[in-house]
Design a binder for this molecule. Structure first.
Ligand SMILES: O=P(O)(O)OC[C@@]1(O)O[C@H](CO)[C@@H](O)[C@@H]1O
Ligand SMILES: [Mg+2]
Ligand SMILES: [Mg+2]
Length: 280
């Protein structure tokens, strides 16, 4: 069985190195490419960082498996088995990176038996290293994290994202949920432009709840452990158990806030991360 502390240490070291690459690339011309739509962006830096992380891990843990956002985009299967698996988003917030909007994260989760055991989210423009090991707490730059103790959603800040899906039906449901939540009312709605950092803000106690339909497993794997180890709760948008591959998530400070969000969200089901590739 892999030594989880050495896994955590390696994830932190390679995330920090990746953060240097991202910061250096900010001053270069960031050539933008499109993936699933004109607003689903990727750059050579995303690809370079993912390869840096995977190569580095392979040298130390040659038997481990990977789910990497850009490897999946290049056609690799997105399958989570019981094997030790690194779940990598090399740049969470690529659109932010392209626009130099200052919330850009390297997200590295490590799972065994389909359960996330280590989570590292490096907000590299803020130089904030969020870390969590199952059962051992969550930290930011070594300082312990704790979620907000607010139970009244009308005294809360909620975060979400509009996502890259511009399908009118999906957009209508996204806006319907947003209208319901705004009208509660809540103190505010925010979006950092990256699921990983949105979840770390919940873990840090400055956002009470984050929800999104359309995320991917690589966006949320690491952040999900940071939230739960900071005392937060995770669930599907319908109140069921969180399914990392379902592309639906609520991450909140407590069940009261989470279950209130369930009541206001208009759910829909995007194709799962592990669904077979669509035949063209
Ligand atoms: O493609 P990226 O940059 O890795 O992720 C983009 C992302 O910001 O898109 C969604 C925002 O709608 C978030 O859930 C996700 O984190
Ligand atoms: Mg992402
Ligand atoms: Mg990404």
């Amino acid at each position: 069985m892999a030594n989880l502390q050495s896994i955590m240490d390696h994830a932190v070291a390679v995330a920090r190195k990746a953060g240097e690459v991202v910061r250096e690339a900010l001053s270069d011309d960031r050539k933008v490419m499109m993936k699933s739509s004109a607003v689903d962006l990727v750059t050579q830096t995303d690809q370079k960082v993912e390869q840096l992380i995977i190569q580095s891990v392979k040298e130390k843990f040659p038997s481990h498996r990977f789910i990497g956002e850009e490897s999946v985009a290049a056609g690799e299967a997105c399958v989570l088995t019981d094997d030790p698996t690194w779940i990598i988003d090399p740049i969470d917030g690529t659109t932010n990176f392209v626009h130099a909007f200052p919330f850009v994260a390297i997200s590295i989760g490590f799972a065994m038996n389909k359960q996330v055991e280590v989570g590292v989210v490096y907000s590299c423009l803020e130089d904030k290293m969020f870390t969590a090991r199952r059962g051992k707490g969550a930290f930011c730059n070594g300082e312990p994290l704790a979620v907000s103790d607010q139970t009244d959603i009308q005294q809360s800040i909620i975060s979400t994202e509009f996502g890259a899906n511009r399908d009118p039906e999906a957009v209508d449901k996204i806006f319907c949920s947003l209208r319901n939540i705004l009208s509660l009312p809540v103190h505010g709605v925010r979006g950092a432009g990256t699921a990983a950092i949105n979840m770390c803000l919940v873990a840090s106690g400055c956002v009470e709840g984050y929800y999104e339909i359309g995320v991917h497993v690589w966006d949320i794997a690491a952040g999900s452990l940071v939230v739960s180890e900071a005392g937060g709760v995770l669930m599907d948008v319908d109140g069921g158990e969180l399914d990392l591959m379902s592309r639906r998530i609520i991450a909140a400070n407590n069940r009261s806030i989470a279950e209130r969000l369930v009541k206001e969200i208009t759910p829909f089901r995007p194709p799962r991360d592990d669904s077979p590739p669509q035949k063209l």
